[in-house]
Design a protein around this ligand. Sequence first.
Ligand code: PLP
Length: 405
Amino acid sequence: MPSSFLHPFTPPRKEEFISIVRGEGAVVFDADGNQYIDGMGSLWYGNVGYGRREIADVIAEHAGRLGAYHTFDPFTNPQSEELADKIVELSPFNRARVFFGSSGSEAVDTAMKLARIAHREAGRADRDIIVSRERGYHGTNYGGTSIQGIAPNREGFGPLVPGIINVVADDDEAMKQIFAEHGDRIAAVITEPIQGAGGVWPPPEGYLSHLRDLCDAYGAFLVFDEVITGFGRTGQWFGSQFYGVTPDMITFAKAVTSGYVPLSGVIVGPAVLDGLEANEGFVLRTGYTYSGHPVACATALKCIEIQEREGLLDRATAIGARLEPGLQAMLDEGLLVDVRGEGAVWGVSIPDDKNVVKVRDALLGKGVILRPIPPNHLTFCPPLVITDEQIDTILSSLREVLTGG
Ligand code: PLP
């Protein structure tokens, strides 16, 4: 019998799970006392590592002071005001404001809504098409499900949000064609700077700046979904800065709090703000009970402070510099068929005769966690506090598994 807990992205009949009960740095422990080097920062988020007392203290302090109070008109709180200021300072924007939610899916759906309504408020109500790329993952609310570039994640959930065009992932010409056909109706293009959950696919050279040019030429907003790339993963605060391309909105979640408590948001840049702020009397009728949750915002401020204090952005670059040659060597030997990534987020493809879930399971047996992405990809997104020795153990364990050891 399965337990009462209905798991996400899991066969509902599955009964056996690994119960994770504790963590320290880049290592997690299960209920049977086994320990694992976490090559995935849980689900792409554990940047500052697990089990940090100073974060627990911040959570306790702010929960003890108030708990939470909502931020719908007329209320606010100092934690969310301070965090919004800090995020704008770290962002690529000269002028921006921050909308808060709790999950990446909420951030994505909000960005879609903001794009459409900002155009409407600016007198462009006919701009309602949202363009996304194949292989993109944008969460599982109905907006994110509708713009999903991973087809199986869209199937079976009934009618989706209309006005969406999903375009071939890496093809400049295909994107140009969509603009040529629908340019005056496009509200926004949304893309991850590096496609993550689809298997880690950095953009082709120049792709993001061409996208920026196309959006500018046709008057569409560009949205970067930085739920994975945001808050240090590429060695910069945002993938936008890593690639030198500034979008009109950035969604974030995950590493903003390293997952200690849920928090997400949308950084809204000047072009979108111009629409939202255009009309006296306009009320932005979207938001969440926990938008600007003070405990979550205080936790994020602490996590940003830790990343700054411990130089974790530079560490992301160093992690990439250590992982890449190890993976490249396996590619050269034919153990892998593709290696790709930037900073501290990497993906590999294994040969067709190997089963990626079995490889994942064999790695678990060796005390290493990587994420399998069928049909044949494995991903790496370790906590930025991972040590060089732990990176080497991940590499040697993968080599052993791929050579049948
Ligand atoms: N957007 C991207 C790029 C993601 O990688 C994810 C989650 O992996 C999401 C959105 C959805 O985030 P959440 O699962 O917190 O709703």
